[in-house]
Design a protein around this ligand. Structure first.
Ligand code: ADP
Ligand code: MG
Length: 688
């Protein structure tokens, strides 16, 4: 069969020895097929031959002409220079090569040549320095360097020209062996070119149009495979039985009465979506997105209590100890009069208390366990885990979600993940493609939007005076620094040193607390609750307060070295304020060195809309960095662009989900063929 040909080691291709095979291996190219699927990074359009008289300074162009004279000499610095004048009947072009002495031997007067390079103006005449060239065999004969040429992502060991030659050999010999995975109906529905055609044209396009067609086809194929895996994963989750909760009006009213406020319409809408999931026999796998301060905790509390009312255990996982502790405090307070056993489980030493707690969870005594990722530790087992809520999901990976889900016993527990980083729509189809999505799209009433200002160095004292004024009005402030310890190299003010300066000088007479990640958990907890109880006016902190912290009386968020933070972080930090009816202010200190950091600050000043900020952040940093963690579960696409190919992703997703759902026998055959062919890839996506 022809496939085996494509699986042949690249080493046996003519011109590739063991050494070159090794270099190729470092690029991930081991087989003929790998090479066929090693796509260009970009292209140079050399399909147009320009007349020399049309060339302008600074452009890159292709010209064809006759060599009129040549000259080689050495400069005083012993550089060799080879010079030629080229004419094409419209004008003259000077061409120079430095340090390439052999050039004089292959380039003769009267040769017809193609030249490709950057045009510059030198002493009133147009020239090209070190252009790529090719001698045309006949006057008008085709040249290899004419056309749309691929540029590959390569390492230094490998040159474009020789790599291109290798690809050309392999493509010519093997492209027709690439197998079509799609049935005719998909191909005709989307008017795709055949796969063989796409492979050939992605490397050596006949025209810009055919390149676009090939790209569209190959992107679709890549997304299609990914979405098939997503659909299978989703089906896998839904296939198993979950718990069928019963949530009557009684329970509902009882829970509603616990809150000191009326839930917003948006909160009620997502609660009813969650309700429906929980009451169905399929396990819930839902993402709740809502901007910072939109009141996601209340929704979580509803779901948790509804599950507890059904006699189940529940787990509420937060990414930091500080946030877990806050949730513990809030919920303990809300549930003071309710009959629910609640417990906090965080990392740290295996003390006797912790061991006891783990034992009690195992016995099923505890209805509601709040904790950090300590919850997914090996030793932690539940007797009857019915619901998992994961707060600030973007701080966790897919793996952790899966691991927590496995703590269920007989059935799959329901899973609700929450995030304040709204998921840009393309990511909601990919990274989060196995989840159903609910959105809270309004803030609780009575909030005034936070005002955001940039504080240049000479205005710092004014800003500090402003903070003091807010405190005199009875409000509180956060001051956030990027680092904990003094770092000479980075010359950043560190939180510890600065806290002392702020306490003793800038804010002398006020109460200043200091919080950072390296403090003991008990101490962190104490400082945080002291701040909440207004024992401090100002809390100097590191990024540890980034997510979730809720202190409505705080109205100032001052961020030092704001240029050091990403957009999502800045928005999260700003989300710590503006949580009451008081006007709040976000002050961004620091200098903006790069264009990117300027753009971030500008975005922050322009909008409070987390959704816009997330889209902008994704654009600025790219999907890989977007979540700021390696465990984001982000797929790596070879040709598909997760940001810009939204339309193609959507098509591929619709088709893939339809395929996985379908009972049609022809489609089933296609699915099993895809599953067989791409088993490795699909498995990888599924565990990722
Ligand atoms: P986030 O979505 O960022 O997690 P929280 O759940 O921390 O937001 O809620 C932010 C603040 O808004 C909290 O102080 C909470 O008590 C309050 N809140 C939540 N829902 C409402 C509501 N419907 N009406 C008034 N205040 C609310
Ligand atoms: Mg929250």
């Amino acid at each position: 069969m022809s496939t085996s040909d494509l699986d042949k080691s690249i080493q046996y291709i003519k011109g590739v020895g063991p050494k070159r095979a090794q270099t190729l291996g470092r690029l991930g190219i081991h087989t003929v097929k790998d090479l066929l699927y090693y796509f260009p990074r970009t292209y140079q359009d050399r399909s147009r031959v320009e007349e020399i008289s049309n060339l302008t300074d600074g452009t890159t162009a292709m010209v064809k002409g006759i060599v009129l004279n040549i000259k080689s000499f050495r400069t005083r610095g012993w550089k060799t220079v080879f010079e030629a004048s080229i004419g094409d009947g419209t004008s003259l072009l000077q061409v120079k090569w430095f340090n390439r002495p052999y050039q004089s031997e292959i380039f003769q007067v009267d040769d017809h040549v193609f030249l490709f390079g950057k045009v510059t103006l030198y002493k009133q005449s147009l020239q090209m320095v070190n252009p790529e060239y090719e001698i045309a065999s006949e006057e008008d004969g085709p040249a290899k360097s004419v056309g749309i040429l691929p540029i590959y992502p390569l390492t230094e060991e490998m040159r474009q020209i020789s790599f291109r030659k290798l690809v050309q050999t392999v493509v010519e010999e093997h492209f027709h062996k690439v197998e079509e995975i799609f049935t005719d109906d998909i191909i005709s529905k989307h008017k795709f070119v055949p796969i063989t055609n796409a492979i050939k044209n992605i490397h050596f396009p006949d025209s810009m149009d055919s390149l676009e067609e090939s790209k569209r086809r190959l992107k679709y194929e890549e997304f299609f495979l990914f979405e098939t895996a997503m659909a299978l994963r989703k089906r896998g989750i839904k296939e198993v039985s979950g718990y069928k909760f019963r949530i009557g009006k009684n329970v509902e009213n009882h829970i509603y009465k616990l809150f000191p406020f009326k839930l917003t319409e948006s909160q009620q809408k997502v609660i009813s979506e969650i309700n429906e999931d929980m009451c169905s026999e399929r396990p819930m796998n839902r993402l709740l997105q809502g901007d910072v301060g939109s009141g996601k905790t209340a929704v979580a509390v509803y779901a948790l209590l509804a599950a507890v009312a059904n006699g189940f255990q529940t787990a509420f996982m937060a990414p930091t100890e500080i946030l877990a502790e806050q949730h513990y405090r809030t919920l303990s307070h809300l549930l003071e009069k309710a009959d629910v056993e609640i417990l906090l489980l965080t990392g740290g030493a295996k003390t006797k208390i912790k061991k006891d707690n783990i034992e009690r969870i195992k016995q099923g005594d505890i209805g509601l366990v709040i904790g950090t990722h300590a919850l997914i530790d090996k030793g932690v087992e539940f007797e009857k885990l019915g619901l998992i809520v994961i707060d600030e999901q973007h701080k966790f990976g897919v793996m952790q979600r899966t691991r927590l889900r496995k703590k269920g016993c007989k059935f799959q527990p329901d899973v609700l993940v929450m995030t304040a980083t709204p998921i840009p729509r393309s990511l909601s189809l990919t990274v989060f493609g196995d989840l159903d999505i609910s959105t809270i799209d309004e803030l609780p009433p009575g909030r005034t939007p936070v005002e955001t200002y940039r504080v240049p160095a000479k205005k710092e004292n004014d800003a500090y005076a402003f903070i003091r004024k807010e405190i005199e009005k009875g409000r509180q402030a956060f001051v956030v620094y990027p680092l904990v310890d003094e770092s000479e190299k980075l010359e950043l003010k560190s939180a510890t040193v600065e806290a002392e300066r702020l306490r003793d000088e800038v804010f002398a007479g006020l109460n200043v607390g200091l919080l950072h990640g390296q403090l003991k958990p008990e101490l962190k907890e104490l400082i945080m609750s002291d701040f909440i109880n207004h024992k401090y006016d100002i809390l100097v902190s590191t990024i540890v307060i980034e997510v979730g912290i809720d202190v409505p009386n705080a109205t100032v968020m001052a961020i030092e070295h704001a240029e050091r933070f990403g957009l999502a972080q800045l928005h999260q930090l700003r989300g710590r304020i503006g949580r009451s009816a008081h006007q709040s202010y976000c002050l961004l200190f620091g200098i903006q060195k790069s264009a990117e950091s300027r753009q971030r600050i500008k975005t922050m000043m322009d909008t409070n809309d987390g959704f816009k900020i997330a889209e902008e952040d994704l654009k600025l940093r790219g999907p890989g960095e977007f979540f700021g963690t390696r465990q984001h579960g982000l797929p790596e696409f070879k040709i598909g662009d997760i940001i810009n190919d939204y339309d193609i992703i959507k098509l591929a997703r619709t088709d893939a989900f339809e395929l996985v759902k379908s009972n049609d026998s022809k489609k089933q055959i296609l699915l099993s063929r895809i599953m067989e062919r791409f088993k490795g890839t699909l498995d990888l996506i599924n565990t990722g």
